[in-house]
Design a protein around this ligand. Structure first.
Ligand code: HEM
Length: 538
């Protein structure tokens, strides 16, 4: 049958397009009736009362009353930009994804964000930053929903509500963790010690970026790539900023929160408007797809672990240029909906338990945040590939679907949307073998090492970066009311490095504990330090 491509303008009913209805010589109601006056409500005489029959008044106020939608439960504060991704073709051997073929250009929308603050919070707080990219590929949208840090706090999505509850503003006072009491955050990360790796990244200068333009981005999880021959590799995605990685000092960050809470948002907008287009290179670390799903002894399904670049080089596969600011913040930056399940043929997920939980969470939250199931029809979320789904009805349905009924095969409607040979172009799930094992609520033993990579990060820092980290732990832990929580976190620091622990303990006026696990024997990784790194040339 004829593809039932959406025409959200309502053209199928003969209605005019409403893409931008706010034009014309005179004002109208939402129903197109011409208005004479929008400054005075209809009253019984000039001294009132106001009459209930004033439809224009009620419509105008009703619509205004409903202008706000729920903010994102996390990453509420963000700034977005449009751009273009150009593929180098260097990934062709490992993935069949069409948008990664040499010279292919793909439109993108990127949204950067902080994680914990509300929509109106300040930009330069100490926090992780979101780095979410929507590639509008002609094989369907690909969303790379990453952060500016390569690891995550937890290994299993079931703990996500817990870490966020511990880190978001206090429920009684609604005071943010930053610059107030910190007990719940430090309680969580010292009890769930898998969080120590992400935490040291937060305590480092990476937690206070200079600009969105000077942040790295990471897909965090390991993905599975599939090439034309059906061969697979495991891979991690990295964004490398052309300007290099730069941070604020803590004093700058704090002052900017007061002087210009929109510092990052303004910087992104101003740079693009001035023609200084922000650029990143996308790169991948590639690993053999083995049954163990490990590389150099590192479990690739553990999102609290990195693979050091010395062990697996980041190979550049394309270039992103952000060259256009949004026309309307709400329509684009606020309504954009990313999802890890938006994958083109050639890129698939792995069994990383954090990734698997995220696959559920984003659709679920967007159902509420964007008012029903039809948010792929919102302009910023519309794929740039032809759509022929069997989804119908629901709140805010804009399409007027034709045809007998949405089921396939359908002998009345003449349609089977899977013509012979189409499997070549379709997304095919990699038939990975599922373990013959009892159902359990447990992690593999390889997830149990919570300290060696934290030590690797610490040992990789330059002296000035180490000094900043010590000061950050001391300042933030100094805000805790509960001494037991500070002491428990000092125990984690002792397991990372005695110098780090002693320095922070001294700053807090507490004794430094002895390690409870043997200190890991790791060689520093120069690639982790921001000082003296080499970045892509022009
Ligand atoms: C939003 C990244 C883990 C739930 C976001 C956003 C980013 C992001 C960048 C903002 C998207 C935007 O700008 O619109 C990450 C990364 C994670 C992670 C890199 C770990 C590697 C999780 C987990 C869950 C989760 C484990 C839940 C189980 C959410 C939700 C939103 C969100 C509910 C709001 C989405 C929306 O309202 O559209 N995340 N996240 N995230 N994340 Fe995550």
């Amino acid at each position: 049958g004829a593809p039932q491509t959406r025409t959200p303008t309502g053209a199928e009913t003969g209605a005019p397009a409403i893409a931008n209805g706010q034009q014309g010589a005179y004002l109208t109601t939402a129903n197109g009736a011409r208005l004479r006056d929008t400054d005075h409500s209809l009253k019984a005489g000039p001294r009132g009362p106001v009459l209930l029959q004033d439809h224009h008044l009620r419509e105008k106020i009703m619509h205004f009353d409903h202008e706000r939608i729920p903010e994102r439960v996390v990453h509420a504060r963000g700034a977005g930009a449009h751009g273009v991704f150009t593929a180098y073709g260097t990934a062709e051997a490992v993935t069949r994804a069409g948008f990664l073929k040499k010279g292919r250009e793909t439109e993108v929308f990127v949204r950067f964000s902080t994680v914990l603050g509300s929509r109106g919070s300040a930009d330069t707080v100490r926090d992780t930053r979101g780095f979410a990219t929507k590639f509008y590929t002609d094989e369907g949208t690909f969303d790379l929903v990453g952060n500016n840090m390569p690891v995550f706090f937890i290994q299993d999505a079931i703990k996500f509500p817990d870490i966020i509850h511990a880190a978001k503003p206090h429920p009684d006072r609604e005071i943010p963790q930053a610059q107030s009491a910190h007990d719940t955050f430090w309680d969580f990360v010292s009890l769930h010690t898998e969080a120590q790796h992400h935490t040291i990244w937060n305590m480092s200068d990476r937690g206070i970026p200079r600009s969105y333009r000077t942040m790295e981005g990471f897909g965090v999880h390991t993905f599975r790539l599939v090439n034309e021959a059906g061969e697979t590799v495991l891979a991690k995605f990295h964004w490398k900023p052309k300007l290099g990685v730069h941070s604020l000092t803590w004093e700058e960050a704090q002052m900017l929160n007061g002087i210009d809470p929109d510092f990052h948002r303004r910087d992104l907008y101003d740079a693009i408007e001035a023609g200084a287009y922000p650029e990143w290179e996308l790169g991948i670390q590639v690993f053999p797809d083995t049954e163990e799903e490990t590389f150099a002894g590192i479990d690739l399904l553990d999102p609290t672990k990195i693979v050091p670049e010395e062990l697996a080089e980041v190979q550049p596969i394309g270039r992103l240029v952000l060259n256009r600011t949004p026309t309307n913040f709400f329509a684009e930056t606020e309504q954009v909906a990313f999802h890890l399940g938006h994958l083109p043929p050639g890129i698939d997920v792995t069994n990383d338990p954090l990734l698997q939980g995220r696959l559920f969470s984003y659709l679920d939250t967007q159902l509420t945040r964007l008012g029903g199931p039809n948010f792929t029809q919102i302009p910023i979320n519309r794929p740039h590939a032809a759509v022929n789904d069997m989804l119908r009805d629901g709140f805010h349905q804009h399409a007027v679907h034709a045809g007998v009924a949405p089921y396939r095969p359908n002998s009345l409607d003449g349609g089977n949307p899977f013509p012979a040979g189409d499997a070549e172009n379709a997304f095919v799930d990699v038939p990975v073998t599922v373990a013959q094992a009892p159902k359990v609520r447990a992690n593999p033993a390889s997830f149990d090492d919570h300290y060696s990579q934290v030590r690797l990060f610490w040992l990789s820092m330059s002296p000035v970066e180490k000094e900043h980290i010590i000061r950050a732990y001391t300042f933030e832990l100094g805000k805790c009311y509960h001494q037991a929580i500070k002491e428990r976190q000092l125990q984690s620091l002792a397991n990372i490095d005695p110098v780090l622990c002693e320095q922070v303990a001294t700053g807090l006026g507490l004794p430094a504990p002895q390690p409870t696990v043997p200190l890991a024997d790791v060689a520093p990784s120069p690639a982790l330090s921001q000082v003296g790194r080499e970045w892509p040339a022009d």
